[in-house]
Design a protein around this ligand. Structure first.
Ligand SMILES: [Zn+2]
Length: 324
């Protein structure tokens, strides 16, 4: 077992106040919520709590100083707070907190004597959406973790003259509320949607949205971009082709003489703008494809196609040949 003073990083002559300060600083740094990827964090946090439970209690500290150990049941009870990893389900995944500094800036620091309420910094929680959920809008349930005054000691860290067994003297507990938030159709990557807790505190929560990209539909703002392959005859003679959009398939006219790489617009077939309600546009870029397999008949046909370029000349004429 490590030396308890060493655990808290204080000298043996540290005052009760020094010990409390050291504890709060360490607890803030090693809190499992602040170190979600670190499997050792809960153990380290517990170690800090255990050291504090002894050293903040005058009797236990004296006993520890004299015998190097504390009897009466050994280690203090585990804190009544459960740390769970971000949950997933319902077709979306929680991205977890996005700005820990903001969320935990006040953690452990907000409770003085008498259990003051925590500072009203907005809580922030991240949510990851599938592309279609963002386009059509969805409702998500996000876990909002926040500090609350310990219910046993009312936030002052002591209970009946001893270190509070529930919060181990920190005066606070972390509580998770499940908050249902409606995300409007058209919500985009990086958007912050505001909501508030329904527990009477009306505490403001910022839901930071991340949207998973789609394999086919590329989104830029409210506009959608896709690539539509064409055959040579379709591009040369013109055609009517089906273009898939987020609103369903659209029949689109390809004019005769269309070039590969040419871009067309379908007005209003993009994503709904969250603020104005107006739809963005859908841009599709055509790409002329050629058959990969060369056949004798194809060789013959392409010779005749080459003749079509006779009047056009060299398509690469006029291109720069180098930097010089
Ligand atoms: Zn307490």
């Amino acid at each position: 077992m490590r030396d308890l003073y060493e655990v808290l990083g204080v000298g043996r002559d540290a005052s009760a106040d020094d010990i409390k300060k050291a504890y709060r600083k360490l607890a803030r740094r090693h809190h499992p919520d602040v170190n979600p990827g670190n499997p050792d964090a809960p153990k380290r946090f517990r170690e800090i709590q255990e050291a504090y439970a002894v050293l903040s209690d005058t009797d236990k500290r004296a006993q520890y100083d004299q015998f190097g150990t504390v009897d009466e049941g050994g280690a203090p009870r585990q804190p009544n707070v459960r740390w769970s990893p971000p949950q997933s389900g319902g077709g979306f995944e929680f991205g977890g907190f996005t700005d820990l500094g903001d969320i935990f800036g006040n953690l452990f620091g907000g409770f003085g004597k008498g259990g003051r309420a925590p500072a009203e910094a907005p809580l922030e929680v991240g949510v990851q959406l599938e592309f279609v959920q963002a386009v059509r809008g969805t409702s998500v349930v996000v876990p909002v973790r926040r500090e609350v005054a310990c219910s046993q000691c009312g936030g002052n860290g002591n209970f009946q003259g001893r270190v509070c067994p529930r919060c181990h003297g920190s005066g606070m507990l972390v509580q998770t509320d499940r908050l249902r938030v409606k995300l409007p159709a058209g919500v985009g990557d990086g958007d912050r949607v505001r909501a508030s807790l329904k527990d009477g505190s009306h505490r403001e929560v910022a839901v930071v949205v991340k949207v998973r990209p789609h394999a086919f539909f590329e989104r830029k703002g409210d506009d959608i971009y896709t690539v539509v392959p064409l055959t040579f005859p379709e591009a040369y003679l013109g055609a009517e082709v089906e273009v898939g959009t987020i609103h369903g398939p659209v029949r689109a006219k390809i004019p005769a003489g269309t070039q590969s790489g040419q871009r067309f617009r379908l007005r209003g077939k993009g994503v709904r703008n969250v603020r104005t309600g107006a739809n963005g546009d859908h841009y599709y870029t055509v790409q002329v494809t050629v058959p990969r397999v060369v056949s004798p008949a194809g060789r013959d046909a392409s010779r005749r196609v080459s003749d079509l370029y006779a009047g056009v000349g060299d398509p690469r004429a006029g291109l720069p040949r180098s930097l010089d």
